[in-house]
Design a protein around this ligand. Structure first.
Ligand code: DGY
Length: 325
């Protein structure tokens, strides 16, 4: 009997795919930083039983309805807003992701971004590189304290809670807003639940880790930035579309908020000419939340096991639409 066919949309280390090679015929787009062209992906899914996808691949209705054998899509990310889950569910296609394994790594990066933005670390490094450091000065590159300030976390899932845990080390007051109350986080981390409005008004650091959904799309708009303190620092490590970038640009250039640290953008990748990138009060990085070598290896292994399990008729470790099993 022929082995099932699996297509991987980006070059991943071979050693992370061992279990997949045992059960399937596997083919992989050979480039690491260049996405597979849409036409090629549409061609591949005509025969694929499984695909291992990146968050930059659009797995929409057109693709899913032209994939007669497709049983599983394993996204190499915890987020799955690039996938039309409703259509996949109607078609009985399992959608898998990589939660848990990236929470600490993404929380490290998020907190690092907060620190880099508050203490002007990138701007300071550039200052030396540009040969501008001539003298020490009392307020030279002076930033904002982090310890004992108030952090407001929007999206208190696994990553949000891991960021809150880091904030306790800085003796910060922790506020959070989430679809549901997180009693364990309240008890263990001393986090206080509040409304979105209260959180953005009271926080010194507003950290967005909420998934992109119809409710969170455009959540950080002109009104929201106006409600923040003029000293507020906004950090986004979830998805670019939760922010109205024009409104953010306006808030940063008109003194409505102090600074922003951004790991994600509305239309990724962005170029050096993106309006937000050249602002001195913005630290912009290229969507690297979960990008440690260790974690990316574990994510690849998990995505690969998710496909193997579905193809073998077993329950995958991480499935978004369990009802299809
Ligand atoms: C995810 O897993 O959704 C992250 O955005 C990847 O860094």
């Amino acid at each position: 009997m022929n082995k099932p066919y699996v297509f991987i949309t980006r070059k991943l280390p071979e050693e992370t795919l061992k279990n997949l090679y045992e059960v399937a015929e596997v083919s992989m787009w050979p480039k690491e930083e260049e996405p597979v062209p849409r036409e090629r992906l549409l061609e591949e899914v005509k025969r694929a039983d499984g695909i291992l996808t990146m968050l930059s691949d659009k797995i929409d209705e057109e693709l899913l309805t032209n994939a007669p054998n497709l049983k599983v899509v394993a996204n190499f990310a915890v987020g799955f807003d690039n996938i039309d889950v409703d259509t996949a569910t109607k078609k009985g296609i399992a959608i898998c992701n990589t939660p848990d394994v990236l929470s600490d790594t993404t929380a490290d990066l998020t907190f690092g971004l907060l620190m880099a933005t508050a203490r002007r670390i990138v701007e300071s490094a550039q200052y030396i590189q540009e040969g501008k450091w001539k003298n020490w000065g009392p307020l030279l590159m002076a930033g904002t304290d982090i310890h004992h300030k108030t952090i407001g976390i929007i999206g208190m899932g696994r990553i949000g809670q891991a960021v809150a845990k880091r904030a306790t080390g800085f003796e910060m007051e922790i506020l959070y807003h989430n679809r549901s109350r997180k009693e364990a986080a309240e008890k263990e981390l001393g986090a206080t639940y509040c409304s979105f409005e209260e959180l953005i008004e009271k926080s010194d650091y507003i950290v967005c880790l909420a998934p992109l959904t119809p409710e969170t799309r455009g959540l950080f708009n002109e009104k929201a930035f106006k409600q923040m303190k003029t000293s507020a620092i906004f950090i986004n490590a979830s998805r670019g579309d939760v922010v109205d970038e024009q409104a953010l640009y306006h808030a940063l250039t008109n003194g409505e908020i102090q600074a922003a640290g951004l790991d994600v953008f509305q239309n990724e990748p962005i170029g050096a000419d993106h309006p937000l990138v050249n602002l001195p009060n913005v630290v912009a990085i290229p969507h690297i939340g979960s990008a440690s070598v260790e974690t990316r290896m574990v994510m690849a292994e998990l995505a690969s096991r998710n496909i193997t399990n579905v193809l073998l008729g077993k329950k995958p470790e991480a499935i978004v639409n369990e009802m299809v099993l």
